[in-house]
Design a protein around this ligand. Structure first.
Ligand code: RIB
Length: 286
């Protein structure tokens, strides 16, 4: 056993098991865990705090050696609670804890938003809708801020250029439902582009456009976020801000192993930069 009295399993608490983003992260966690003979127990919080809490209790009861946690609403209380119970925990993707508290792995959401902005500006888009997840999701706010800063850098007033539409969830159904509101664009300003807070939303938008006899990029340029596998399988392919999903999972698991094997280990903060992948869903604004 890695730590006396602990099992040879670690918990991976993901936010939405139906989203391929989390599948790729899980693959990375699992590959690195397997090298060390550890089993990964998958727990799905389904973006619900009560389920996250229950997962933490279960892992503590089962004496898991450690946990990789993607916290609901960035709330790190359950991760901190687990650590107090002697379950080493690494924070992944959302939320923030200082390196004095735990290791963490994240991607620069500000840079991601700015990359989308540069791409859309280059294509001549100055009326952009940001299709966000639920209000209050810090990650969405930071991606939006990146978009605004990217526009401001080239002298475009973000207040005038960007309209924000919120959805109930970061899933395709919410994206599909939001199309009407995205296209409405507010008085006298139908957008020429939509930047979605994740690919699930963007894929839903592509579907919703099709249902109205419209399509990307001729009626609306569409940009997603994540670069999940379906982004390159749909037609047109989805232009998106790619996150290193598999690497995120590997890095989180390596940090966890570092902590499990070395009692004198110092916590690290690993941060990746996302990269824009240009496909067919965006085009020059004519
Ligand atoms: O698609 C799911 C989103 O939530 C991703 O963008 C990822 O960053 C996660 O937190």
């Amino acid at each position: 056993n890695l730590r006396s009295g602990r099992s040879d399993s670690i918990g991976l608490v993901v936010l939405d098991v139906t989203n391929p983003f989390f599948t790729e992260v899980a693959q990375g966690v699992e590959d690195v865990a397997a090298e060390d003979g550890l089993a990964v127990v998958l727990l799905n919080s389904a973006e619900r705090s009560d389920r996250q809490r229950r997962s933490a209790r279960l892992l503590a009861e089962q004496r898991a050696a450690g946990a990789v946690v993607m916290p609901v609403d960035g709330d790190t209380a359950d991760l901190l609670w687990l650590r107090k119970q002697g379950v080493s925990g690494v924070l992944l993707d959302r939320g923030d804890v200082g390196p004095e508290v735990a290791c963490s792995v994240s991607v620069d959401n500000l840079a991601g938003g700015a990359a989308a902005a540069r791409h859309l500006i280059g294509l001549g888009h100055e009326r952009i809708t940001f299709l966000s997840g639920p209000e209050g999701l810090e990650q969405c706010r930071t991606r939006l801020q990146g978009l605004r800063e990217g526009l401001a850098e080239v002298g475009i007033d973000p207040e005038a250029a960007v309209r924000v539409v919120h959805t109930a969830q970061l899933n395709a159904e919410s994206g599909e439902k939001a199309v009407e509101e995205v296209l409405a664009g507010g008085p006298g300003r139908r957008p020429t582009a939509v930047f979605c807070a994740n690919d699930q939303l963007a894929l839903g938008v592509l579907k919703g456009l099709g249902e109205r006899g419209l399509s990307a990029p001729s009626d609306l340029s569409v940009v997603g976020y994540d670069d999940v596998a379906p982004a390159s399988l749909v037609h047109p392919g989805l232009t998106t801000v790619a996150q290193p999903k598999y690497e995120l999972g590997c890095a989180a698991m390596r940090l966890l192993l570092g902590e499990l094997h070395d009692p004198d280990h110092t916590h690290e903060r690993v941060r990746y930069t996302p990269e824009l992948v240009v496909r067919g869903s965006t085009a020059v604004n004519r």
